[in-house]
Design a protein around this ligand. Sequence first.
Ligand code: SAM
Length: 272
Amino acid sequence: MATLPFSDQEFKKISSIMYEAAGLSYNDSKKSLIHSRLAPRIQKLGLGGFPEYIAILEDESEAAEFQMAVDLLTTNETYFFREPKHYDLLQEELARLGNRSSIAVWSAASSFGDEAYSTAMLMSDMQVMGKIGPDWSILATDISHRVLLSAKEAVYPEDRLRAVSPERLRRYCLRGDGPSQGQVQLQDKIRSRVQFGQLNLCKPFSGMGPFDVIFLRNVLIYFDPPTKSEVVDRVLAALKPGGLFFLGTAEGRVPCSTPITTVIPGAFRKTA
Ligand SMILES: C[S@@+](CC[C@H](N)C(=O)[O-])C[C@H]1O[C@@H](n2cnc3c(N)ncnc32)[C@H](O)[C@@H]1O
C-alpha cells in the first residue's frame, strides 16, 4: 500500500487538535509516530489522505472518529495488580481507614478497568475479613468510550490476570472454555462494585469526590509539563486531605500547587 503523504503543516494541525481536545502533546520527533498510527485508519476509511481526516477530526458531529483517533494515539496498556507495592500500601491504608462510614476510590485513567477491578478484589477481601465495612465504592473513568465499554464487559485474556492470586481467581473469576478458552470473565460480585464513566482529565470537571484514594497512573506521559501540573492539581482537588494519590512509579513526582508528601515511589499523601 502506498505511503500516505503527511506534511509538516498537517502534522501541526493534528497535534494542535489533539492538544486542545485531549491534552495530548506531540513534539516534532513524534511526526512519524502519528503517521504510523493514523495512516492505516485513513486508508481503512477509504479517505484520500490526511486533509480529509483532519476535516473529520474538526467536525463536532464526528465524535466517534475523534475517539478512535485518541485511542490510536494513546496506549491503553494495563493489567491487574500492576505495581504490587501500590496495592500493598493501599491495603495498609484501607486497614487504617477501617470501618469508617464509607470509603471512595477513583481510578482516573482506568483503561480497561484492570486497576479498578484489582482494587475491588482487594476491598472485597478486606470486607469479608471485617477490616473494612460494606460501604465502599470505586469509580473508574477514562477519555475512551471504547475501553469503557470493554471494561464494563469485564472479559480479559488470562495473561492480564497473571498477578492475581489463585485464591482470588477462584473467588472472583470464571474461566472460559470452548471458543472462550484463554479468556476470563469477572463475576458479577466484582463487576457490580465498579462504576464506569467517561471523563477527559484535560477539561475542567466538577462534582467529583471527595475520594479517599485516587489512582492517576500512566496517563500523564501524554501531556506536556504545564498540562501535567494542571491535571494533577485538578485531580487532587477531588482527594480528601490526608488521602492517598498514586502515579505510575516511572512518572516521578509532578510539580503541582497542592501540598503532597511522598509515601513510597509513585505514592503520595495530600497534606492539606
Ligand atoms: C496506559 S493507560 C493507564 C491505565 C491504568 N491507569 C494503568 O496504569 O494501568 C492510559 C489511559 O489514559 C487514557 N487517557 C488518555 N488521555 C486522557 C485524558 N485526556 N483524559 C482521560 N483519560 C485519558 C487512555 O485512554 C488510556 O486508557
